[in-house]
Structures are given as C-alpha cells and as structure tokens.
Design a protein around this ligand. Sequence first.
Ligand SMILES: CC(C)(COP(=O)(O)OP(=O)(O)OC[C@H]1O[C@@H](n2cnc3c(N)ncnc32)[C@H](O)[C@@H]1OP(=O)(O)O)[C@@H](O)C(=O)NCCC(=O)NCCS
Length: 443
Amino acid sequence: MTNTALSQGPVDLIREAFHYQSRFAGSTMVFKIDFPVTEDPNFPLLMKDLALLAQTGFRVVIVPGAKEWIDTVLNEHGIVSNYSGAQRITQSAAMPFVEMAAFHVATRFMTALSGSRLDAVIGNFVRARGLGVVDGLDMESTGTVDKIFTGSINKILDLRMPPILPCIGLSAAGKPYNVASDEIALAAAAALGAAKLFIISLNGAFRKEGRRLPDDLETDENGRIVRLTPVEVEAILAVNGNAHGDRPLQELALALRASRAGVERIHIIDGREEGAVLRELFSNLGSGTMVYADAYESIRPLKSADIPDILRLMEPLMRQGILIRRDSVVIQEKKEDYAVFEIDGSIHACGALHEWGEDQGEIAAVATDMVYTDRGLGRRIVGYLIDKAKKKGLQRIFVLTIRTQDWFESLGFAEASVESLPEKRRKIYDKSRGSKVFSLDLD
Ligand SMILES: CC(C)(COP(=O)(O)OP(=O)(O)OC[C@H]1O[C@@H](n2cnc3c(N)ncnc32)[C@H](O)[C@@H]1OP(=O)(O)O)[C@@H](O)C(=O)NCCC(=O)NCCS
C-alpha cells in the first residue's frame, strides 16, 4: 500500500472513488457502531456519510452497540449487572430497561439519518433464543441469534432504507432477549452475504504499541496495522492470549469470525475520525485496519472425508442430469483433481480439474450449495482451478455443459468444437448427452 494521499490530485481521487463506487455499489455493508461513537461531535457527519452511501446505491445495514447506555440506564434504576466473561447476564427484571435503552440508541441513529433526509427502519429482524445456563450460571434474558430475517431486511434495503438492528431479539414465542450487538452484526453480515463489515468504535485501527506481534506485519509510519489476513489475526490472538477485557483484541476476534463466515473484508475504524468510512471505502489508503480473506483462502484440495459432503452437493444436480453421475469410488480415484470451498467447517461448493494430455484440462463437477448461490463461490472455485491449471503449465481449459453455458461465457469461456478436445476426451465424448464445449486459452 502506498502513502500517496497527500500527493494525490483531486482528479486521481475522483477516479479512485468512481472505481470503488462501481465495484461495491449494490453490495451489502453492515456497520456495527459502538455507543460512545454516537456521543461524539462527529457522529452526525458519520451518519451523513452513511446516508450518502445508501442514497448512491450501497445497501447499508446498521447495528448499534448500546452497552454503555444500557449501563447508565440500569445504574439509574439501581440495577447492578453481573457478567459471565465479557457477557452481561441480563436479569429478567432488568429487561424492560434494557429494551428501553436499546431502542433509545437505535432511535438516535434514525434521527441522525433523517437529518440527511433518509428514512430508516428499526425492526425486529432478529430471532433470538436464550443462552440458558452456561458454566452453572443462569444467563436469564441474555440471548443469542437464532435467525436473521434476511427477507424483511432485503425488502427494506431494496427501498434504499437502512435497516437498524437494536441489540434485542425476540424468541419464536415473542420473548425478548438481550443479544450482544457483536453477535447480531456477525450473524447479519454472514446471512446477508455482506461484502463488508465495518467495526466502528473509539479504538480504530489495530496498533502495534504494547503488543507482542509476529515480525512481518505491515504497519504505516504511525504503527497502524493496515491490513491483516485471517491467518495473521489468528497468530496475533494466539500470542496475545485471551481477548477478555481487551476491546481491540475482541474486535480482531470478531473480524476473524466474520471472515471465517464468508465476509470478504472487515474494516476496523475510529468513529470519531471525520470521513473515516469514506476514506476506507473509496481510497486505497484507508484509515483503519482491514481484515481481508484472500479470494481463494477458503478453497482447499479435497480430503477423503469430504466425499460424502460433495456427493450431497452434487446429488440433486446429478438427478436432474445437469452433472454426470459420479460415485465415491470415482471421486476417490481422482481425489487430487478436486477442490472444495469450506466455510466454518462445512463444504459449500466444489469443482475439479481433470487433465487429458495435449496441455489441456477439463473443469468439471462444479457445484454450489443451493443455499449459498450468487455469492461468488462458483466463480472463485473456477478461478482457483484456472490458477491450478496455469501452475501446471496447461495451455487451455475446457468445460462440457448442457445448462451453464451463459455462466461460463460470463467467466470468459468461448464456445469451441468437440474436435478441439484432446483425443482421449474426444473418444469418450457422449454424443447422446449433447454437451456443448466451452474453452478458455490460458496464455
Ligand atoms: C453454476 C453454479 C456453479 C454457479 O454457482 P454460484 O456460486 O451461484 O455462482 P456465482 O455466485 O459465482 O455467480 C452467480 C452469477 O451467475 C449467474 N448464474 C448462475 N447460474 C447460471 C446459469 N446456469 N447460467 C447463467 N448464469 C448463471 C447468477 O445469476 C449470478 O449472476 P449475478 O452475479 O449477475 O447475480 C451453480 O449455480 C451450480 O451449482 N449450478 C449447477 C451445476 C452446474 O451447472 N455446474 C457447471 C457444470 S460443470
């Protein structure tokens, strides 16, 4: 990353902004904003920037943190909270006050957005369930996310209105629970397939001072760690021990979980810094710490233990004749050819690259879990297989398809003839299936 902000002319900045605007407009971004940020004089400016983003086509979701305000309200009513680790044990008697405080904070966001002439919707978008008894402690009205109502959220986003998710969830029977806003932000970002999660607090970028860190981390001249991969975050958390009570470490841990749940980029920024969100979004300089998953990081070679999982993915497609039938023996024989996309320990997409000689490879058995379609998993699996083919020195890859030609065309493949296939593959080409050949030159 180059530090060119000061030397950048306005035209370069505008160009850069347009580039990012066209790349991310239409994508969902979740903003988790801690309560102290709402008390800062720059809070209205932050809201103005979020309103601007929503008005220009970004799908903005807001998750307000309310911890400190809940503390204040409970104190005023003489209620002392007990904690289990960092988690408040919300007594059932305190719940009406917690709800009041949570909705009060959510309303502050709505009011600030209406100052920018933007309507927003505070809603019950979270179904919760009680945590029950943890380590012998009754967590009473403290809950966790059971389900995010993505359908309702998306309807509101389609109207260009930011949905606001207070830290309250309702059980299926309508009982309210206090749910940590970190958990809501994480679950919402994962369920909505968010392109980005912003963690906005008073801490801002993760810094080097006073920390034991791996040697090779990239920092700027002020000790700000500019970007981290999930693997680097894991290393930091491992060296610095338990995140309990250390909010910057907790924020990194949250970013790691979001990344593992499929959110590509997580930005940790200081909510007091004017324009921090815009700088982070629209310039390659940024002002916080970005945790980013390499596009192929969740993809790995197939292990024998994964075979039942990929058969489960492929079964409905094999039944419909979209994919040719394979069984576990056939897959095991060609195990090295397969790659899988894993999120949080489950497999959600797969694909294979079979070599046929004559410097050609076939991309096959590409399948995405139906619940995870349209999130770029298929594109990334094919991208990974193309990289693999290039590393093997192949000149050309091809695919035989009966239903997915448009998709492969959108990935740069072009129609080719059966005669162009390598001889070994041509010999077993099944005419009765009538598959079309699409190919991509790799030079
Ligand atoms: C094709 C398939 C792998 C795409 O997976 P995916 O993870 O949803 O793909 P991506 O998220 O990368 O791409 C989604 C985009 O492709 C489009 N798309 C999906 N299937 C398509 C098809 N059959 N034809 C044309 N476009 C298609 C989607 O509409 C979406 O478009 P958008 O980005 O403009 O919204 C998946 O739909 C699948 O498993 N299909 C059945 C198996 C198959 O046909 N395999 C290929 C033969 S080897």
